[in-house]
Design a protein around this ligand. Sequence first.
Ligand SMILES: C[S@@+](CC[C@H](N)C(=O)[O-])C[C@H]1O[C@@H](n2cnc3c(N)ncnc32)[C@H](O)[C@@H]1O
Length: 339
Amino acid sequence: MRSMTEEGHAGERNTDARAARTAGMHLPVLTEEVLSFFEPAPGFRCLDATLGLGGHCEALLRKARAAGVRDVQVLGMDRDAESLALAQIRLESFAPAVHFRHSLFSECAGALAGLGWEGADFILADLGVSSLQLDCPERGFSMQADAPPDMRMDRSRGKSAAELINSLSTQDLRGIIRNRGEDPLAGRIAGAISAARDEGRIRSARDLAGVVAGAYPPGRRAAARRHPAVRTFQALRMTVNDELDELQSFLRAATGLLRPGGRLLVIAFHSLEDRAVKLFFREQAAGCRRPGAAQAHACGSAAALRILTGKPVRPGAAETSVNRRAASARLRVAERPGA
Ligand SMILES: C[S@@+](CC[C@H](N)C(=O)[O-])C[C@H]1O[C@@H](n2cnc3c(N)ncnc32)[C@H](O)[C@@H]1O
């Protein structure tokens, strides 16, 4: 049996979900769980490295307000100018507590320095794509899109997925689909994409999804739990946006920016991202990696992070029932020791 509080939260989330859908907005994932690690105090400085449409940011600022902590400030970053513009409208009532930056999250140290902040008490990265990006057909993220597969989060720079497909060898395509999509049929898929591209058959993201599905043997296609092109789309998107390198640079930069007691939260949506976060946290929590050191701090070097979530935090059934995208979300949290 669920407690009144649980039912209250589930009810709130259902209402939020309906409101977000009506407004065509992105529904933030694991919001209650993120908030449980947010303990605002006067002078708190937060970095929302993936502002998106501002859902998490709004929840943080509401919690700070409800707690009577008025001078919390947030730096909200996103590489997607369209998301930033919408977030700015959503967060108008919190001005001037929010500062907006159109940039990569790997550039967060410079962005903080630009505000004159020496560090941050709370840093959040909610990785992946937003509903805005997925639901906008001309951005070519969705397998149903009747537009060229673009997939750039920042449409002002870089090569689109369509350009990538047209310029890569079959061998390189196979490597991308195998390494970033972890698809065991990478060779067959890359061959099918190359042939279709040479015949001019990939004009839209939907065409691409069809070509990938066609590369699957019928039995495996029928048995697949997800559309056969999900992994290939993930692989191309990650390559187009350089997502794994960005994540590594961000984790290093963010760890260096944490004030004592400051927390770093990362929400990942697939195993490659989650593994990268887990390994990074472990490495930073070990502190001393001097060969032969018997214990973590034997050489006197302090660990940079203390891990607060042994296992990743996953969404509950109430959340996944209203937001399917949340199903694969995994939250990991670490803290800079020494508060
Ligand atoms: C899942 S959405 C974030 C949603 C947000 N938490 C909310 O509540 O609305 C991820 C966002 O991160 C942005 N993003 C992804 N990689 C980024 C990077 N390397 N630098 C900056 N922004 C990035 C995307 O453009 C997208 O808007």
